[in-house]
Design a protein around this ligand. Structure first.
Ligand code: COA
Ligand code: AMP
Length: 637
């Protein structure tokens, strides 16, 4: 039996013994005696009686054990034309003083703090300061509009909002403070305080009741770490669901810390003192786990990059960063490499850099499409590892695991389930699918440590979204299959969530915004294939009878609405007016069928369809605009 299989089997047959052993990777104040327990709803809870503090484990512990002068962060910002190295000791001190500042603003254990910041070290400082106090942070990605920020403030009810004065995107300076003001205005919950970190590129006007970060920290005491239980919440991270309301995914502290520490060794093969670089954003789960927490828990150095893969200044940025910081493992989304490939198809810029420090390349956020896999595989001498995960799981569900055993990769596969994740594929009858048979990908309970523990303030949604479909299993929302050798292939979402440039977006939410326009009778938003971003949303719209305006103007209005409500990150730039949309006899729009048309695939007309001519109508409209290309990845029908 292979080493991987042996370890995987141990984790499934004896989860308590397995995770009790992994828990030793973390410096607990009180080591847990209860490893696995279940709440009233029979959801797994890990390390419930252990006591720890994640900030202590990631910072103070290393300072106390000889890593004080080692770099914790290499911050590199072509956007701000600045670089900074911050040692573990410096970072610990910054965090402790900002935690002191938060304490003076009344933040205590269990309070929520919303953080709206770009990729600057202060974003990490704010997150760790919350962890230090046992407060719960909720980071909101900067590409979301005020309306989205407001929805999160409304739901999380933060005591304090922490923001930066601006973000910087490909030469554009984006003032954040007006967006924060608008969001607080829109929300019925009003935070007690707002703290702003002033950046040189744009200083925000502050009201007298608002706080300047530097001024606040200058007179703040050094706060000590507050011990928390393993099951106490560390953060809420909102993610797109099938409805307009984002889901507040909740993460515990102890289980998350243990899972991340385990992953740094088993999946990323990292040793203390080595350099880890994840090119993502602190606003996404990838950023939370592998920019902020995991590298420092493991005693590594994390590269924090404020820039794009291309045009900052060119498509060689990643290679430059790998050389400059001697990066051992690098992680980003496939779309970033598609952007690089488009600009520099023969990777000529790579010749300018020595990337010999690189030992593994990881991608996630969307499926690594075979052409991009082959491009990377031919280019680099290191394993190219696609691995699959979600905001909900917090760490990878399936991967190649060089820290245990590197197995040959297969293009298009996320390889094998990670120890702890009992992944199964269920077919339409709810039975285990045979090899090569596509179905719904689920995880048999108990989920391993690190996975979501609930949806903030919404136990019913937690159950209905994830647990109700197949009792005893967690529903991932992804479709896929195992091949004969047990390789897992994740082929796409089975719900109305789409993936645009590695970002997860809800088409339902876009439909709510488009459908609210007075001229729109009905609409459907679907994802269509895009060579660079994987998918792009397109709105199919039926106008109300008697509409007399100009269609092009209306389309522009709808596009502006989505940008204003959800944000530029929605990439909603295409609207198509159609006469009819295909529906079932019960009146539901057939979105999966629409996706098939958009992808340019052959389709048969299902017997349940109400009006077959509506299909031809949409098809013709799509053809006319030449949208939709044949997708290489076959979504489930
Ligand atoms: N703050 C404000 N606006 C932001 C933003 C932020 N943090 N991030 C993106 N935006 C804006 C962009 O400026 C763009 O606006 P525009 O419509 O005015 O041009 C819009 O949101 C769409 O952004 P994006 O989809 O990222 O497109 P892009 O063309 O700027 O970049 C890629 C495309 C592929 C280079 C980029 O998405 C990328 O590097 N992705 C891979 C890494 C990643 O983010 N992974 C996430 C999970 S691992
Ligand atoms: P997010 O929660 O934003 O990280 O998005 C999670 C979703 O992205 C998953 O449910 C998948 O649909 C998709 N995804 C992430 N990584 C992969 C991968 N390696 N292969 C296929 N799909 C992926």
């Amino acid at each position: 039996m292979s080493r991987y299989l042996q370890i995987f089997q141990q984790s499934i047959d004896g989860p308590e013994a397995f995770w009790a052993e992994q828990a030793k990777r973390i410096p607990w104040y009180t080591p847990p005696q209860t490893i696995l327990s279940y709440d009233d709803q029979q959801h797994a809870r890990w390390f419930s009686d252990g006591e720890m503090n994640l900030c202590y484990a990631a910072l103070d512990y290393h300072v106390d054990n000889g890593r004080g002068e080692q770099a914790a962060i290499f911050w590199d910002s072509p956007a701000a034309q600045a670089k900074k190295t911050i040692s573990y000791r410096e970072l610990r001190d910054k965090v402790a003083h900002f935690a002191g500042a938060l304490t003076q603003l009344g933040v205590t254990k269990g309070d929520r703090v919303v953080i709206y910041m770009p990729m600057i070290p202060e974003a990490l400082v704010a997150m760790y300061a919350c962890a230090r106090l046992g407060a719960i942070h909720s980071v909101v990605f900067g590409g979301f509009a005020p309306h989205e920020l407001a929805a999160r403030i409304e739901d999380a009810e933060p005591k304090v909002v922490v923001a930066a004065s601006c973000g910087i995107e490909l030469g554009k300076v984006l003032p954040y403070k007006p967006m924060v003001d608008q969001a607080i205005e829109l929300s019925s919950h009003k935070p007690d305080a707002c703290v702003v970190y002033q950046r040189e590129a744009h200083r925000a006007e502050l009201r007298v009741d608002e706080h300047d970060w530097e001024a606040l920290v200058a007179k703040a005491p050094f706060a000590e770490c507050v011990p928390v239980k393993g099951t106490d919440p560390l953060y809420i991270l909102y993610t797109s669901g099938t409805t307009g309301k984002p889901k507040g995914v909740m993460r515990d502290t102890g289980g998350y810390a243990v899972a991340l520490a385990y992953s740094m060794q088993a999946i990323y093969a990292m040793e203390p003192g080595e350099v880890f670089f994840t090119a993502s954003d602190v606003g996404w789960v990838v950023g939370h786990s592998y920019i902020v927490y995991a590298p420092l828990l493991a005693g590594c150095t994390s590269v924090v990059y404020e820039g794009k893969p291309v045009k900052t200044p060119d498509a060689g940025s990643f290679w430059r960063l790998i050389e400059e910081y001697r990066v051992k493992s690098f992680f980003t989304a496939p779309t970033a490499f598609r952007a690089i490939k488009k600009e520099d198809p023969d990777a000529k810029l790579l010749q300018n850099y020595d990337i010999s420090s690189l030992k593994h390349l990881y991608v996630a956020g969307e499926r690594l499409d075979p052409p991009t896999f082959h491009w990377l595989d031919d280019l680099l001498d290191v394993p190219v590892i696609d691995h699959w995960w979600q905001t909900e799981t917090g760490w990878p569900i399936a991967a190649n695991l060089p820290g245990i055993e590197t197995v040959p990769t297969k293009a298009g596969s996320a390889t094998f389930p990670v120890p702890g994740f009992n992944v199964q594929v269920l077919n339409r009858d709810g039975e285990q699918a045979k090899p090569m048979e596509q179905g719904s990908v689920v995880i048999k309970q108990p989920m391993p440590p690190g996975c979501l523990t609930g949806v903030w303030h919404d136990e019913r949604r937690f159950h209905s979204a994830y647990m109700a479909a197949y009792p005893g299993y967690y529903l991932t929302g992804d479709g896929g299959y195992f091949d004969e050798q047990g390789y897992l292939f994740i082929m796409g979402r089975t719900d109305d969530v789409i993936n645009v440039a590695g970002h997860r977006l809800s088409t339902g939410e876009m439909e709510e915004v488009v459908g609210a326009h007075p001229a729109v009778a009905e609409c459907a938003v679907i994802g269509i294939h895009d060579d660079l971003k994987g998918q792009l949303p397109i709105g199919l719209v039926i106008l109300k009878d008697g509409f007399e305006g100009d269609e092009a103007t209306l389309e522009a209005e709808l596009i502006a609405r989505v940008r204003e409500h959800i944000g530029p990150i929605a990439c909603f730039k295409q609207v198509l007016v159609v006469d009819r949309l295909p529906k079932t006899r019960s009146g539901k729009i057939l979105r999966k069928l629409l996706r098939t048309i958009a992808d340019g695939k052959e389709f048969g007309i299902p017997s349940t369809i109400d009006d077959p001519t509506s299909l031809a109508d949409v098809h013709a409209a799509m053809r006319e605009r030449s949208v939709g290309a044949a997708d290489k990845a076959t979504p489930l029908d």
